[in-house]
Design a protein around this ligand. Sequence first.
Ligand SMILES: [Zn+2]
Length: 150
Amino acid sequence: MTALLDDFLSGERGRVMHAVWETIRSRDPETLDPLVAALPRLRHAAAHLDLGGAIYSNNGHLEHAFAKLEQYRAGKCWCAAYPGILTTDPRKEEAADHIRVISTSEPGWSMTYLCECTVCGRQFDIEQGDHHFTWWNWVPRGLKRRRGEV
Ligand SMILES: [Zn+2]
């Protein structure tokens, strides 16, 4: 499977972003292994790309895809990729059987979730908010929180 590799190296914004989202979404070694092997080339090819992005920087998402590949290479659980990006919907992750939602606050635009990774059991506090579109901030339990809550 080299299609994503070609997309990453294409230098074309649309193809690179396609590869970025597929990488962030994927849990398939056949997809990820060739990308891990090519990481230095991918970084080199990406060094001067301006990927744009209306609300959030697409270059930030590209960095997140690279970080996910590094976490995968290091043998970390898939859930290591949840923090640091605001686009992961816990309801979709639950539907994919990646996490279990243990509890939530009163449902609404602004709400919180307590979730557990179905692979390693790690728990996450998730803050949901709305800024042009819905975002989710995943904070693993046992680590210092970012937003000053208890
Ligand atoms: Zn996990």
